[in-house]
Design a protein around this ligand. Structure first.
Ligand code: ADP
Ligand code: MG
Length: 594
């Protein structure tokens, strides 16, 4: 296959199973009909028993030998070829759609076939039909499919689709088989991509005193993740490569601190996406880490402690620009999705020496469906924290204009208790595109009714300062979705999200996670013009980020998500990550045993 490479590139095919999964979009079935089916394309053996010219068109009467019935065919595009072909008494295999008109059978523009008894696959892809067919014929064989690791049912199903013997094979196959092959193929490819390196150091610091010194008991899941990290860090041949995913408030910081403790006396370093977050973690480190460990903070323009000698360095991306940053044996990135792949890689590279790499832990507050985590764990080990240390007590309600007076009362009540309120607008300035108020349109109202109203948004240069001021003495904060940043506003107990149906569930979940951080009874109001929205309704029913990630997948095609935050990650044709956990599990096991 000379030109195969170019064709594969065009089709984005990188494995044999990619090709096998390009199943025909339709079939040309030339097997002779066993019965007449109105509305279907059928093939018959027929004899011409009438030919007549009608206004330049040709009407052919056929006698269907097998059925002792007649069918007439009007040819609209008549060429000399047709006149020569359909002569009285001549016999043909004809094919076309069978229709009935006043009790008479019709097959307009009947085609005459040279050969019958075949089921010919039709491929509709980016490349020519004939090229596609030769690729299939060259690569998709019983032997090659078995060699990929498929079993007899899967091989038979794929062969039945590409080389059908009967039309049933193309219609009644088990879709779960294709789901499986799709999952299996994807997992196999991921596994091929994983690359491991030896670690700089074995890290096996004493952990128990630290755990005992904490003012709270670790949750089961925190314990499990810390144990997994402990196993990772003990390895010399393989540097840790782990992603720890847990909802906001699931207690990831303790895991970060525990890892730093295990790394000690070797150095560890943590990068956080904002200086506020870096400071928060630094403060917790100072509070919880053993006295023997020295801690430093690095942010733009300002550092605390001596990062050159510190055992644990916490910082923002300012770390990346410190030329004298000492090597650390453990590298961590918090809220990793807020960094580019490049920034994350730089930090790791800075710490690497030759073949050896630092142990590397990443933390994410964006839950993904369990099935997706199972797949991604082929590339990077994944730990999930699905519970929070204390149950948050948040009531989520869908409200509309008519509920506004009630909402206002609730807001006043919260502020009277020294709690804080957050109102999320879809936009900063007025727009005709969106049927909701913007911050600028709304702020006058709030500023008239309340004392300490603060405003910030994504492009606001003073964002962090405003947030800090609000935290210390604000009543109401008006913002766009910027507060998605993991800053802690512990007194927030009420959030209103204007135009909630415009946001992805993951975003709504992040926003809702802003309230009730200290376990205070809290409220989340989803303000919308469409209170019947099914997606919002299901959102009010669950607090689990992992459940919500699943819902997001389920509603992906509902089309009412405008902010584009739905996990675009994995696109499958057959597999549905929301429902097919079992299939993915089996596929993973099969890949493991290859
Ligand atoms: P995350 O980073 O996952 O969003 P944090 O690590 O900031 O969450 O934890 C949220 C809060 O929960 C913090 O105040 C932390 O001290 C507290 N916390 C963490 N683990 C526990 C636990 N096991 N029991 C009680 N409180 C905990
Ligand atoms: Mg955190």
């Amino acid at each position: 296959m000379q030109e195969a490479k170019a064709l594969f590139q065009k089709l984005k095919i990188t494995s044999l199973l990619d090709l096998a999964l390009h199943i025909p979009s339709s079939y040309n079935n030339t097997t002779l009909a066993q019965s007449i089916k109105i509305g279907e394309v059928q093939t018959f053996e027929a004899k011409v028993d009438e030919v007549s010219n009608i206004n330049g068109r040709l009407r052919i009467g056929f006698y269907l030998l097998q059925f002792n019935r007649r069918i007439s065919s009007m040819l609209f595009k008549v060429t000399p070829y047709h006149r020569q072909l359909y002569t009285l008494g001549s016999q043909h295999y004809i094919q076309g759609r069978v229709e009935e008109y006043r009790g008479f059978l019709q097959m307009n523009q009947a085609k005459s076939l040279k050969k019958v008894g075949e089921i010919i696959p039709k491929y509709s892809t980016e490349v020519k039909e004939s090229s596609m067919r030769s690729l299939i014929e060259y690569y998709i064989s019983e032997q090659n499919l078995y060699a990929e690791g498929l079993d007899s049912l899967e091989v038979a199903t794929l062969l039945g689709l590409h080389y059908p013997q009967t039309i049933q094979q193309t219609q009644t196959y088990d879709r779960d088989v294709l789901k499986f092959v799709e999952a299996f193929n994807h997992i196999k490819k991921l596994r091929g991509k994983r690359e491991d390196f030896p670690a700089l150091d074995v890290l096996n610091g004493e952990l128990i005193p630290f755990v005992k010194s904490l003012p709270f008991q670790l949750t089961k899941e925190q314990q499990k993740v810390i144990y997994e990290v402990q196993q990772d860090l003990k390895s010399k041949e393989k540097a840790a490569k782990r992603l720890i995913i847990g909802d906001v408030g699931s207690g990831k910081t303790v895991v970060i601190l525990a890892a730093a403790v295990m790394a000690y006396p070797k150095k560890s370093i943590l990068m956080a996406p904002t200086s506020l977050l870096a400071v928060q973690i630094y403060d917790e480190a100072v509070k919880f880490l053993p006295q023997s460990m020295s801690i430093a903070l690095v942010k733009q323009g300002k550092t605390e402690g001596d990062y050159l000698t510190a055992d644990f360095v916490v910082g923002t991306h300012a770390l990346l620009y410190k030329e004298d940053l000492p090597k650390a044996s453990l590298v961590m990135v918090d809220e990793q999705h807020r960094f580019g792949t490049k920034q994350r890689a730089i930090l790791e590279q800075l710490m690497s020496s030759k073949e050896e790499k630092p142990h590397y832990l990443q933390f994410s507050a964006t839950p993904i469906p369990r099935t997706q985590a199972m797949m991604e764990s082929e590339l990077i080990d994944v730990s999930l924290i699905t519970t929070t240390p204390f149950e948050k007590d948040i009531t989520t309600r869908i409200i509309g204009k008519e509920d506004f007076p009630e909402l206002l009362e609730d807001i006043k009540e919260q502020i009277a208790q020294n709690h804080q309120v957050l109102i999320i607008y879809p936009l900063v300035e007025e727009s005709t595109q969106i049927p909701y108020q913007s911050i600028e349109e709304g702020r006058g109202f709030w500023e008239k009714k309340f004392q300490n109203v603060y405003v910030t948004h994504g492009k606001d240069k003073n964002k962090e300062e405003v947030l800090r001021k609000f935290r210390d003495n604000g009543e109401i904060l008006l913002a766009t979705t910027v507060v998605e940043v993991g800053i802690s506003l512990p007194c927030l107990t009420l959030i209103v999200i204007v135009g909630a149906e415009r946001l992805g569930l993951a975003t709504l979940h992040q926003l809702r996670g802003r309230v009730g951080r200290l376990g205070l009874k809290s409220w989340c109001y989803l303000f919308t013009n469409n209170k019947k929205n099914e997606r919002l309704r299901s959102f009010t029913q669950t607090m689990s980020g992992f459940e919500i990630a699943k819902l997001d997948l389920k509603f992906r095609n509902s089309g009412d998500i405008l902010d584009g935050t739905v996990q675009s990650g994995l696109q499958f044709r057959w597999l549905n990550l929301a429902d097919d956990e079992q299939i993915v599990k089996v596929a993973k096991e099969r890949v493991q045993n290859l």
